[in-house]
Every structure is written in structure tokens, then in C-alpha cells.
Unconditional design. Structure first.
Length: 339
């Protein structure tokens, strides 16, 4: 079964074709980072307009890369049957204007092709990133979903069977990266800039707090952000390199400690990473080392699969379709869709 996935929840316009929820036949992503960089963050109206312009070309590219024409038929066989069996799109959470572009496009294609439409939870989609690159991954696992909007720990027993066991109580890790980077004048997006600079700094130049919230698997990063601001004000000569290194070390220490504790508590066989912050080089290295020492499998997806993409949406759509059938065409976009 081939599923076309469409992702437009924030500032990436993406489309992909995935077979049987596991095999990526194509994955195309058009980033809007350059459009939003001058504003220091994502501007919803600009994002929506860009999605409107880019969705059809991106979908067409994804179909061609999968050996299909723009009508969903095999290239060279224009009179043949539609080779897409379902169309999945992110229905939430995300920016409402951006979501509506993807949802409307997916419904239109599903109706034109006479195939099911599946509305996918964006966060659920992220859970499938590692599976697309390691189909033999052993369950159960704990997934650390860490991005600009979310920081969560999720226990996953099987496709479609999972529960959130930890969440951030304030800022998400990616949000903290962006806010600290903005304060230090490093621009947007903040995560890659801090990751790059941290390699030239001393992580021991400042000892920032590690909020462990004992007794829970929850996170809190707002105090860390404030600690960085207060330290820079008290030490105006401190370098951005040292601040990046010390701040990143504090974030990663908490993420790794909480993730390994959660994996131990639920008896997981491995740890998966998901979300944009999963591309952070220090986090990937530290998780791999900690899992190795604990006898756990470590499954960080490629950096391309960490950021928003449509292959994960197509995979989630496949399993959702098998589990509970198609989504009603009356279902809209839900910007605050719960996980």
C-alpha cells in the first residue's frame, strides 16, 4: 500500500510517498527558514502563504521521485490505475493557516483519486521517524520527542500503542535554544547555531541549573533560560562560545538523564530520538553512549528525519488507516490537537 503524506504544520512544506508504512519511496522538503530568519521566528501568515505556493510543486516532485506522474499513475502508463492508495496529512497540532493548506490539499487529492484521506497527529508522526530507517527496531522503546514546540517522553509498545509518560511544564527544549540564541544575538533558528558554537566553548565555564523534577519524568527549561540571561548580565565579557557550550551541556544533561530513567522504569529495550532537537550533535552522542552503557539500543534517526517531514506522516497514516480506517472529510485542522 502506497501512502502520499503531506506535512504543512509549521515552516516546512513536505510531501512523501511511503510503501506499507516502512519503505520511503520519496521524500521532498522545502524549508522556509530563510523567509522567517529576518523576523527571528516563524510568522504564521508568511508560513501559510508559502505553503499555498509550494504544496502542489512539492507534491508533484514527491510523486515523480516515486515513479508516478502528477495524476498518481505510473510514469509511462498515463491510462493506468492510480498507484496511490491513501493520502495522509498533518491535521494538528500546528499553525492553523498552515495546517489548512495541507489538509485541504490532501482531501482534494483523495477525492480526485477516490482513495481514503487520513488526518494525522503531527506528534504521532514523529514516533515513526526511527522506524522508517530501522524497520527491525525492537519494541517497547521510549521515544524522546524534543523540538521547538514539544519536549515529551513516550512509551511505545507497538505502532498505534503508546502513552506519554513525561512532558515539559513550561518551555520546550527547542524553544529554550531559540530564546537563548536570540538573547546572544545568534539569529534564528537557534539550535544549529548553539550546537555549532558549543564546539569552541567550555561547558564548565558556567554551572547552570539542571531541573530534574524528582519523582516525575517531566521537564522544565524556563529557569535555565533565565539563568543564562542573569549570568551574561553579571559577566558581560563572557563569550558566546562558552555560553553556548555551558547552556547546551545543561539541556543535554537533563534530556539524557530523564530519558534513561524513563527507559529503565518502563523496561524499554531501546531509546528513539525524534524532533528537530534530535539533530543536536551532543544529544545524539550522549544518548548513544548512555544507552550503550545501559545495554539499550539507541535509535537516532538521520538528521533529515529529525526535522518535520512527510515520510513520517505517511507512515503514521498507513498504520492509522489499518487500525481505525479513514478520516472523515468533514474533519478539519486542529491547531491544539492533543496527543
Amino acid at each position: 500500500m502506497k501512502v502520499l503524506g503531506i506535512e504543512t504544520s509549521c515552516d516546512e512544506t513536505a510531501a512523501a510517498v511511503v510503501a506499507d508504512g516502512r519503505t520511503v519511496l520519496s521524500s521532498v522538503v522545502s524549508s522556509q527558514v530563510d523567509l522567517h530568519a529576518r523576523y527571528g521566528g516563524v510568522v504564521p501568515e508568511i508560513a501559510s502563504r508559502a505553503h499555498t505556493e509550494l504544496t502542489l510543486p512539492v507534491v508533484t516532485d514527491a510523486l515523480f521521485a516515486a515513479g508516478l506522474d502528477r495524476r498518481g499513475r505510473a510514469v509511462g502508463n498515463p491510462g493506468g490505475p492510480v498507484a496511490i492508495d491513501a493520502v495522509a496529512a498533518t491535521m494538528g497540532p500546528g499553525l492553523i493557516g498552515a495546517l489548512l493548506v495541507g489538509v485541504s490539499s490532501a482531501k482534494a487529492l483523495a477525492m480526485a483519486w477516490g482513495v481514503p484521506y487520513v488526518g494525522v497527529n503531527h506528534l504521532e508522526g514523529h514516533l515513526y521517524s526511527s522506524f522508517l530507517e530501522d524497520p527491525d527496531l525492537e519494541l517497547p522503546v521510549v521515544v524522546l520527542l524534543v523540538s521547538g514546540g514539544h519536549t515529551m517522553l513516550i512509551e511505545m509498545d507497538a505502532p498505534g500503542s503508546y502513552r506519554a509518560i513525561g512532558r515539559t511544564r513550561d518551555d520546550a527544549a527547542g524553544e529554550a535554544f531559540d530564546k537563548v540564541a536570540r538573547y546572544l544575538g545568534l539569529g534564528y533558528p537557534g539550535g544549529p547555531a548553539i550546537d555549532r558554537l558549543s564546539g569552541f566553548g567550555d561547558p564548565e565555564s558556567a554551572r547552570f541549573p539542571r531541573a530534574m523534577l524528582e519523582g516525575t519524568h517531566d521537564f522544565s527549561f524556563s529557569g535555565l533560560k533565565t539563568a543564562v540571561v542573569n549570568h551574561v548580565r553579571a559577566h558581560p565579557d563572557v563569550t558566546n562560545e562558552d555560553m553556548a557550550a555551558a547552556f547546551q551541556a545543561a539541556i543535554v544533561d537533563v534530556l539524557v538523564a530523564k530519558t534513561l530513567a524513563a527507559a529503565d522504569d518502563v523496561g524499554a529495550r531501546g531509546v528513539c530520538l525524534a524532533g528537530g532537537v534530535a539533530a543536536n550533535s551532543s544529544l545524539r552522542a550522549r544518548i548513544a553512549k548512555a544507552c550503550g552503557e545501559a545495554g539499550l539500543g539507541a535509535f537516532p534517526p538521520s538528521r533529515a528525519m529529525c526535522t518535520d517531514n512527510a515520510a513520517m506522516i505517511a507512515a503514521a497514516g498507513y498504520f492509522q488507516l489499518r487500525r481505525s480506517g479513514p478520516t472523515s472529510l468533514d474533519a478539519g485542522a486542529v491547531p491544539d490537537l492533543a496527543f
